[in-house]
Design a protein around this ligand. Structure first.
Ligand code: KG4
Ligand code: ZN
Length: 338
């Protein structure tokens, strides 16, 4: 079965063709990062307009020269930016209707939790999913294609957002994650002891805005005192603090809930320090770590197609009244417009 997956929840327009939920035929991603760079973050109005321009060329390229039309259309219906979601969902409805094939609405966060299936790397259920991106920091127990539960989440800033805000404050540019990671590679993670917020809290939630504030307070203090710290040491110390909280709480959640595997996803899961540290800690705790390659960690249509196929097999269908939901929660039924 050939599935077209469409993703427009934030600042990437993406379309992919996936055969039988596993075999990647194409995965086209058009990133808007250059459009948002000047603003230091995603501007919803600009994002929606850019999707309008790119969605058709992206879908055309994904379909390419495949002779037969897809048998199913899967599309992200939330969570995300409403204006951006509407563009993808409208395109998906048009194609579903004109081709006479079913439409399946997909929760973007759930798609991240299943992306590893595209590389034959999905563990047995149940497993723990960690989604770390610019908009989300979420731990979920995945017991099946339509059975999952939020275990912990950020109470304020997402992990990627913290990287972006610290980068902006330090004048390092956008998106902050890759810049900070590269700079941190040459720095000393022990140079400055930033706080590890909520690392010992009894739950599995996160709070990262205080860490960002601690970096700002530290910089103000040293500047008042007339000293200039090495940016690479600040980057490495911030990264170490942020990642330590996420790694420790993820491993603790998996262990305490009796889950044998951790699946990572989201843009921050591209961070090599996070991958390495998580690999070490999971190994020490006897957990297996499953992390898709970078192109399947960041937002993409392939993960939407993969989960669309699995949900279709379970009997899920969204009619042409399918609706978008900006604040859709993981595990919540997708809106079908009724
Ligand atoms: O998943 P994604 O492409 O888009 C959404 O936010 O949905 O993630 C983008 C986020 C940005 O905050 C970016 O700074 C962060 O992921 N990011 C990274 C790295 N690459 C991207 N954060 C840390 N290290 C990286 N290498
Ligand atoms: Zn995402």
């Amino acid at each position: 079965m050939l599935v077209l997956g469409i993703e427009t929840s934030c600042d990437e327009s993406s379309a992919a063709l996936v055969r039988d939920g596993r075999e990647l035929v194409s995965n086209v991603v058009s990133s808007q990062v250059d459009l948002h760079r000047a603003y230091g973050g995603v501007v919803p109005e600009i994002a929606a307009r850019a999707h309008v321009e790119t969605i058709v060329p992206v879908i055309k390229e994904a379909i390419g020269t495949v002779a037969s039309k897809p048998d199913l259309v899967a599309v992200t219906v939330g969570p995300g930016l409403v204006g951006s979601l509407v563009v993808g969902v409208s395109a998906a409805k048009g194609l579903s209707w004109s081709w006479g094939v079913p439409l399946v609405g997909i929760n973007h966060l759930e798609a991240h939790a299943f992306a590893c299936a595209l590389e034959g790397n999905q563990p047995e259920y149940p497993y723990l999913s960690l989604v770390v991106s610019g908009g989300h920091t979420l731990l979920a127990e995945v017991r099946g294609v339509d059975e999952m539960e939020i275990v912990g989440e950020t109470l304020d800033d997402a992990l990627g957002e913290a990287f972006d805000k610290v980068s902006r404050y330090l004048g390092l540019g956008y998106p902050g994650g890759p810049v900070i990671e590269n700079l941190a590679g040459d720095g000393d993670p022990g140079a400055i002891r930033f706080p590890r917020p909520m690392i010992s809290s009894g739950d599995y939630n996160f709070s990262l805005s205080g860490l960002k504030t601690a970096v700002i307070r530290y910089m103000e203090k040293v500047q008042r005192e007339g000293s200039v710290p090495e940016a690479r040491d600040v980057a490495a110390s911030f990264q170490a603090a942020a990642l330590e909280v996420v790694v420790k709480k993820t491993v603790r959640a998996a262990t305490e809930r009796g889950l044998g595997a951790v699946v990572m996803g989201g843009g921050v899961a591209c961070n090599r320090a996070l991958r390495g540290w998580m690999e070490e800690e999971c190994g020490a705790a006897g957990l297996s770590l499953h992390c898709p390659s970078s192109g399947l960690c960041t937002d993409n249509g392939a993960m939407v197609a993969a989960l669309g196929y699995m949900r279709y097999l379970k009997g899920y269908r969204s009619g042409l009244k399918a609706d978008v939901s900006a604040n859709l929660r993981l595990g919540e039924p997708v809106p079908d417009g009724t």
